[in-house]
Design a protein. Structure first.
Length: 68
């Protein structure tokens, strides 16, 4: 997947925040939506590079043998 697909959610939330502010004029709701968009952008920025990582693996015990 391209990074553009993951940026759709934060950009969409930012557009909703801007539309909410222009249509209602209420700053508190628009600010909360804008902070949520920034949080999602930060979430994508931090976690997207680790998307293909398999994570840590358990150490292998050289003395262990599977039962036959």
């Amino acid at each position: 997947m391209s990074a553009l697909r993951y940026l759709v959610l934060p950009v969409g939330i930012a557009i909703v925040a801007a539309a909410y502010w222009f249509l209602s004029g209420e700053a508190a709701g628009a600010a909360m939506l804008a902070v949520f968009a920034l949080a999602m952008l930060l979430f994508v920025r931090i976690l997207l590079p680790t998307l293909d990582d398999v994570g840590p693996t358990a150490p292998v015990d050289p003395d262990w043998h599977e039962r036959s």
